[in-house]
Design a protein around this ligand. Structure first.
Ligand SMILES: [Zn+2]
Length: 175
């Protein structure tokens, strides 16, 4: 009985428990910053930090829960929590003249959550429900989860984000 439960759980952890997207969050934040219109203080730091911040819960995932809980169930990956934090902090940021910075930061956070919805799953309905909404599952088709992920079509989405970021960096100097 333990064996039959452990097997599927291990396979699930092998792919689903990882932070898919693997690499595209940071370049997506870069693209966001370069696409943003109007003057924004700390534009690039706000976009880049917001683009990766939810994955800070990976430390908890690895070192505290030992990979036993999908880290997308933790609060940094729950949209309603960020919406609440934004509601509280945006008026404060406004008083300090940082409303646009906050808008970039939270947009970047939600961009992270949208990208994670492609293959990782995000709990968009919390607190009404606790299930993760996911566009497509990446099956653990190969022995190592990175190989399974890189050979899945969703990796093209990662490459597309990278291509866009590199294109803007090298050829769109004024965007
Ligand atoms: Zn994430």
């Amino acid at each position: 009985m333990v064996e039959t439960l452990a097997g599927p759980r291990r396979r699930w952890c092998a792919v689903g428990g990882k932070g898919l997207m693997l690499t595209a969050h940071l370049p997506s934040g870069y693209v966001l910053a370069r696409s943003w219109r109007g003057p924004v203080k700390y534009l690039m730091p706000a976009a880049l930090i917001g683009s990766v911040l939810p994955d800070a819960d990976m430390f908890w995932f690895h070192f505290v829960d030992q990979g036993s809980v999908h880290h997308h169930h933790y609060w940094p990956h729950i949209p309603a929590v960020w919406a609440g934090i934004a509601l509280v902090t945006l008026p404060i940021l406004y008083r300090f003249g940082l409303l646009a910075t906050g808008a970039v930061f939270y947009t970047s956070i939600f961009l992270h959550l949208i990208l994670d919805t492609i293959a990782g799953g995000i709990n968009w309905a919390w607190p009404m429900a606790s299930n993760l909404f996911v566009l497509t599952e990446v099956p653990a088709a190969y022995s190592h989860w990175i190989i399974s992920f890189v050979l899945h079509w969703t990796f093209l989405a990662e490459l597309a984000v990278w291509a866009l970021a590199l294109w803007i960096y090298f050829w769109k100097k004024t965007v």
